[in-house]
Design a protein. Structure first.
Length: 94
């Protein structure tokens, strides 16, 4: 999923990820997430485009709370410095 969680407040993001986890195979299912990432200490609301900008740590906490295990993550290479960083996550069910 690309830039989907940023359109969901925390309770709805949690519900969405729980449904995603319950929809994949426990042995071979993978979920890919690609999201903007803020560099502040807490979740931001970007009023310009009406999105939620989570930090790397808040993404990891959300994934963990929803029953996912992080397999791999990386920042989008060659990304313009004047935009939010973009990070990609590869997740499996715990």
């Amino acid at each position: 999923m690309q830039w989907g969680l940023c359109n969901l407040p925390q309770p709805q993001a949690f519900k969405f990820l729980e449904k995603a986890r319950n929809s994949i195979s426990k042995t071979s299912g993978i979920v890919f997430i690609k999201e903007n990432e803020g560099d502040k200490d807490s979740i931001e609301i970007d009023v310009k485009d009406c999105t939620v900008v989570r930090t790397h740590r808040s993404h990891l906490e959300l994934f963990n709370q929803c029953g996912f295990k992080l397999v791999r993550e990386m920042l989008q290479p060659d990304w313009p410095a004047d935009l939010y960083d973009v990070r990609m996550y590869c997740l499996t069910a715990k």
